[in-house]
Design a protein around this ligand. Structure first.
Ligand SMILES: Cc1ncc(COP(=O)(O)O)c(C=O)c1O
Length: 385
């Protein structure tokens, strides 16, 4: 029996041993609370500040603009709610988000609409999942609080024109947030090119630890802290810092940066091969997401007359771990809201498959996967017939 093959890197990634090594001292020897004034605390604080400086350098922002959070769900919630709560005092209550955002953006936006009578504009996307920057321009109003459009989509891998969108928002004096969780492992997040006011990151999507993330809050961004307490993180996010997590997040981002080109080339080779072979072997399969403006590791499809709830366990039996879309939707028989927003009919959206490659996958694994997929799709069709 072959070893199982993990093809679900958009859901999470294994911890890179080099990241684990960087984190190791902070579980035990250097266990201090970074807020403490004694040497134990100061050692931990030095590690946190060095991590903060690394992340700031890689993104092109100031260290004090990097706020550590428990992950990107918190960062996204904080971005929307933090800005909204501050600006609602100035009679601004209009939020603009794209229809393909992660639930950790869409749900807080809906919650604010419900609780505070915020007005919510959901931007349409085209068949490839792309937001048209002109639609953003048209949606902006005098009372617009914030625009949130993700850098790259987790379900279909489409890379959004965030640079143009950020510029349109800047010109109009409107705040712009981008969820960069899926882009960060693969692309430089140069904030001088993409002048977003707020950016969310997560450790575990880039071979870092789970339960750690960051929200970049550029200087001057109106922001009401969600967590109040001991005043950590410049008063923007209270709570004792997750020191090993923070060290791991910075090291993971640093490695992604150092190895970017090699990882990119390897992933694109595997991804293009996978897409080509799947479309050849399963002629009615359709690639979802943009054909070229897509993440290097991301291949996603729909198969007519297939239910992903049947297909995924069949693939798992053959030793291949992939998903139907967002990992947060596991167990849900509902078709993906992302594919629905892209105009796919519910029946077709139920047959969605997401294959997200990792730096350690091989061409042999991709070949074996395609063979298993051909058989699994045929079997799943028999079950649904
Ligand atoms: C695009 C996107 N945003 C946000 C999140 C949430 O990140 P976290 O798991 O760190 O809360 C995820 C992960 O599922 C994601 O893919």
């Amino acid at each position: 029996m072959r070893d199982p093959v993990y093809l679900d890197h958009a859901a999470t990634t294994p911890l890179d041993p080099r990241v684990r090594q960087a984190m190791a001292p902070f579980w035990q020897e250097t266990f201090g609370n970074p807020s403490s004034l004694h040497r134990y605390g100061q050692e931990a604080e030095a590690a946190v500040e060095s991590a903060r400086a690394t992340i700031a350098r890689l993104l092109g922002c100031q260290p004090h603009e990097v706020i550590f959070t428990s992950g990107a769900t918190e960062a996204n919630n904080a971005a929307l709610k933090g800005v909204f709560l501050e600006l609602m005092r100035r009679e601004k209550k209009h939020l603009v988000v794209s229809g393909v955002e992660h639930p950790s953006v869409l749900e807080p936006a809906r919650q604010l609409a419900l609780l505070f009578d915020a007005e919510l504009t959901i931007l349409p996307v085209d068949r490839h999942g792309l937001v048209d920057p002109e639609d953003v321009r048209k949606a902006l109003r005098d009372d617009t609080t914030l625009v949130s459009v993700m850098w790259a989509n987790n379900e279909v891998g489409t890379i959004q024109p965030v640079r143009q969108i950020a510029r349109i928002c800047r010109e109009a004096g409107v705040l712009f947030h981008t969820d960069a969780v899926q882009a960060a492992p693969h692309m430089p997040l140069a904030l001088n090119r993409v002048p977003a006011h707020l950016v969310s990151l997560s450790g575990h999507k880039m071979y870092g630890p789970k339960g750690i993330g960051a929200l970049v809050v550029r200087t001057g961004t109106p922001f009401e802290p969600l967590l109040r307490g001991g005043g950590q993180e410049y008063g923007l996010r209270a709570g004792t810092l997750n020191v090993p997590g923070i060290v791991g997040l910075a090291r993971a981002l640093e490695l992604a940066h150092e190895e970017r080109e090699a990882r990119w080339d390897h992933l694109v080779t595997l991804r293009d091969h996978l897409i080509r072979r799947v479309l050849e072997r399963i002629p009615d399969a359709e690639l979802t997401g943009h054909p070229s403006l897509r993440l290097p590791n991301h291949a996603s499809f729909v198969f007519p007359q297939v239910n992903a709830q049947v297909l995924l366990p069949l693939l798992d039996l053959e030793g291949f771990a992939c998903s139907s879309g967002s990992a947060c939707k596991v167990g849900a028989a509902e078709p993906s809201p992302v594919l629905l927003a892209m105009g796919y009919p519910p029946d077709l959206a139920r047959g969605a498959l997401r294959v997200t490659l990792g730096k350690d996958n091989t061409l042999e694994q991709v070949e074996a996967f395609v063979e298993a997929l051909v058989l699994a799709v045929a079997k799943a069709r028999k079950v649904s017939a």
